[in-house]
Design a protein around this ligand. Sequence first.
Ligand code: REX
Length: 426
Amino acid sequence: MIPSLNRRLAVSAALLAVVAGVAPATVAQAAPLAPTAPVSGGSAEAGSGLPAPDLDALVKALDNARAAGAPGAMARISGRDGVWNKTVGVRDTTTGAAMDTKARFRIGSVTKTFSTVVLLQLVAEKKIELDSPVNHYLPGLLPDDRITVRHLLTHRSGLADYTNAMFNDTVPGFEAVRNKVFTYDELVKLSLSEPRTTEPGVSYAYSNTNFVVVGMLIEKASGRPVAKEYERRIIKPLGMRNTSYVHPRTEIKGLHVNGYLTPDQAGLPLVDSTEQTVSWAQSAGAMISNAADLNTFTSALVTGKLLSAPLLDQMLTMTPTDATNTRFYGLGLRRYDLSCGTSVYGHTGTVQGFYTYAFSTRDGKRSLAAMANTSNRGVANTALGGTLEAAFCGKKPAPAAKARGFATTPAAPAPAEVDLPERNAR
Ligand code: REX
């Protein structure tokens, strides 16, 4: 449906419902959170309690991502008070097909949140303990018996991120692995050939290696491939028909977005990076999804549809990841504190040709999924991050008129707008 029409219909339905004195069930039109999701009991509870999204700012953020070099971008906001879809540009530069919020794309590290949910379900089943050494389950894998399962999930193991060296030269690095199939052991070996970054538990250092080992733990404890575990524990129960883990297959089936990798050298043409095994990431980043499914996933997660309250609490226990004190990491989950005081929970993703943001409020009443079909272009990623403020903070008050003769203090930049270098921004 045309987004503005969609919105108008939602508003009319709400008004009609209020006039008729009935619960506006049609207004709470987000995809069902789970088959058992309770239906909202009344109009007061039907809303998110948040200001309406700033749709102009949302489109502006997408336009900014495009101006920074993304062929296209999209955002989908979903929640108790409506669904909003916005797109700019194209999903395929060859055919000129328009960006489409129903289309599938590579979600990169949002996969880490899926892997964490599966692992924590195995904790609930007493097959794994968060504070046990990884080597207890995978004897001899790691060179340090002090590294625990929790250290992996919080990026505090000190295991080096082998992808830094792998993608030091962006396009040659990508072409060298795009059709390669790695075993988990090979990826861990690559990490162990580099010095460790911290003593176990000491400090946060983002590393894909952690979630490769999480994949190994899942397979060991469950006796099944990670693909099966994502499917039976998350994808099926939530009815996410556009979400898959097809490693090592290279294709994105069905309606999808093509991804375009930016070469390091200015002036060179974009590289269509849609098809790849993503074997370099696997359980750290190889899933495919679409915006509606990501909305469903993040809201189901924070509302306890996937984990018991104590395990969700563990996942939501956060420590800062940088000096701004607005960005945090829990277990396979980020928290961003926005300029309006709202905190949102989810993950970001970067895989060649695709930037993703998937976040929900703590109560799950509003979710945002945003993507731009570019990567290796930090400015575009930062611009896409602007969708968070637009989605969750609503219209910003107009800046106060400058009092003549007095200097004004510039407002602190919103967290999503802080332009950090690519490697530090995570
Ligand atoms: C790999 C290189 C980036 C991408 C990476 N991706 O570690 C994981 C992920 C799976 O999604 N992490 C993000 C490449 C940051 C997250 O957690 O939010 N960069 C690119 C280069 C740099 O090749 N030379 O930008 O496409």
